[in-house]
Design a protein around this ligand. Structure first.
Ligand code: SAM
Ligand code: SF4
Length: 330
């Protein structure tokens, strides 16, 4: 297997690619989107063959993990075909193909995901209370997600729950979510709300530093620090049920020094950092100059990967970056 030649100018090896396959979504989570979002015209989304060509080039150059995300990836009609294309590389250069989903369509897709080569998924679920769920997602039906989670378990998919902690909405529920996830056998990652894209409220009002949550959880549960580290921004603990608790706190702890990832949008633009506006158009490079052009564009992108994000949450200030998380993928 060829060694990765994807190293940025800060000496960080890039072996993780996140791919947003659509900016559309069937939910409108308050911290992620505004109520009335304008989505890209469908003809601007990359086709399945273009996505596969770009991802395959990254795999050939040393990417070992690919996460499919969005928007909501399961609202894309050819999602299973795309996953099957990419799943063919698992064990042949690619070590892991995984997906982040809101779970609303998981009951229909879980078995297909598993047979396409996906073994683990992240499911975003900020609450187990149906009313709060509707309030946060502005339209979601919690039952559908719970049915999806049951189907995921049945299909043998390992599940991690992503929970964005929001003051006055679900912060009081974190201990119960940890317990519920433990009983279900799901890992849980808690996430600080990040200043990406305009939403209809000031994120300052909802921001909870995860340090405060950790104090509360440590008082209620016997949590053991877990040495497990990825190159991502999470720190980990073991819960009394043996499941893993992760804290993703980009605002109160910075782990950019070990960053190993880049993000491809559904329009074919490569973002080198979630917290910066700079992007390189890989689709155009591929269309104009084929694989050589694509390689040159990837090299240029890596040479320009910023050292770190500059996220801050301040009352009344514009989001750190104008685009929403649904464009770059979580
Ligand atoms: N629709 C899928 C889902 O919700 O899992 C995938 C895309 S979503 C953008 C990926 C992750 O980003 C989710 O876990 C979501 O909670 C998180 N997210 C979205 N906007 C965020 C924000 N402003 N701050 C922190 N996390 C955010
Ligand atoms: Fe949709 Fe995911 Fe954003 Fe919620 S967090 S609106 S499910 S893209």
């Amino acid at each position: 297997m060829p060694a990765s030649n994807l190293v940025d100018r800060h000496g960080r090896r890039i072996d993780y690619l996140r791919v947003s396959v659509t900016d559309r979504c069937d939910l409108r989570c308050r911290y992620c989107m505004s109520e009335h979002m304008t989505f890209l015209p469908r003809d601007q989304l990359m086709g399945r063959s273009e996505i596969s060509a770009i991802v395959e080039r990254f795999i050939a150059r040393g990417v070992r993990k690919v996460r499919i995300t969005g928007g909501e990836p399961l609202v894309r009609r050819d999602i299973l075909e795309l996953l099957r294309d990419l799943g063919a590389h698992v064990g042949m250069g690619l070590e892991e193909l995984t997906l982040t989903t809101n779970g609303t369509q998981l009951a229909r897709y879980a078995a297909g995901l598993r047979s396409a080569g996906v073994k683990r998924i992240n499911v975003s679920l900020d609450t187990c209370d149906p009313d709060i769920f509707r309030q946060i997602t502005r339209r979601g039906d919690l039952d559908k997600v719970l049915q999806g989670l049951a189907a995921a378990k049945e299909s043998g998919l390992a599940v991690k729950i992503n929970m964005v902690v929001l003051k006055g909405l679900n912060d009081a529920e974190v201990p119960e979510m940890l317990r519920w996830c433990g009983v279900q056998g799901f890992d849980l990652s808690l996430i600080e709300t990040m200043p990406l894209g305009a939403v209809d409220e000031d994120r300052v009002d909802r921001f909870v530093p995860l340090t405060a949550i950790l104090e509360r959880l440590s008082a209620a549960f016997d949590l053991v620090r877990d040495a497990h580290r990825t190159s991502g921004p999470a720190r980990y603990w073991r819960s009394p049920w043996g499941t893993r608790l992760g804290l993703i706190s980009p605002l109160t702890a910075n782990f950019c020094d070990g960053c190993n990832r880049v993000r491809l949008t559904t329009e074919g633009k490569l973002y080198m950092c979630l917290g910066h506006e700079d992007a390189v158009d890989l689709r155009q490079a591929l269309r104009q100059d084929g694989v050589q052009g694509l390689d040159a564009a990837i090299d240029y992108a890596l040479a320009n990967k910023p050292a770190r994000h500059q996220f801050q949450i301040q009352r009344g200030s514009a989001p750190a970056v104008a685009r929403h998380m649904s464009v770059t993928g979580g």
